[in-house]
Design a binder for this molecule. Sequence first.
Ligand code: CAA
Length: 248
Amino acid sequence: MDKVNKRIVLVTGATGGLGTAMCKQLNKDGFHVIANYRDKSKAEAWQKKMKDEDIHIDLYEADVTNYDSVGTMIKKIEEEVGIIDVLVNNAGITRDGRFAKMSKDDWDAVISSNLTSVFNCTRHVINSMINQQFGRIINISSVNGQRGQFGQANYSAAKAGMHGFTKTLAMEVAKYGITVNTISPGYIATDMVMAVPEKVREQIVAQIPMGRLGGTHEVAYLVSFLASDKTNFITGANYSINGGQHVY
Ligand code: CAA
């Protein structure tokens, strides 16, 4: 494959609800989009659906919780496609439950999928970004990392951890033309949110001044905005997108 001359973006957890919307928007806005996945058959079916909509997306496999697996994927992408210009750390899971009942497994799984993955992916792209004096790191956090959420001690801790990571890395790499920002979506209409028991979800929506869940495309616009070459001076920031659910 010839190396591409468009900006290259890697989206982790790309085949989920938010990831899919991001890939579509980034493709529309002229990026060469690479989707990271874990489940091959799900990813191939997803890629085919995209192709039917005339959207070309490359697929690359890695377990983002595994440092070496990510390293192998990034090396392959650099050889086959080119240096990653934009990394969207989007992969994440929930294992909700009251802390008094939370298992060590549920804690570890959420911290490694949502936070250690951010280290794993960013660490493997950062030096190439430094060498080329350009980069965009976009970390997808959550309103629940800002304000806490009953039943999400693990998830809130991981999502809050992203803010410290973003702020520190932003300071360290600003001089190389690399920006690092966090987006904190509120409740968006994804499978993850639809898995919340209906009664609980209704109570949550009632707390959102906009009176509805967010759309995945609304988060995707923000990702593409931060990924653009025009946002050089925005770094170390957190963008809330929650319909007014949490204002501070
Ligand atoms: N505030 C206060 N008390 C609450 C509560 C809340 N928000 N939610 C539950 N409780 C209380 C119940 O009233 C009940 O109390 P009593 O025992 O005194 O009656 C008790 O907690 C129930 O506890 P259980 O351990 O029996 O738990 P459960 O099986 O009922 O489930 C839960 C609890 C897992 C927290 C469930 O309520 C739930 O799924 N909540 C939603 C969590 C959530 O918002 N997750 C977001 C997922 S989407 C996402 O994360 C994307 C994003 O970034 C926004």
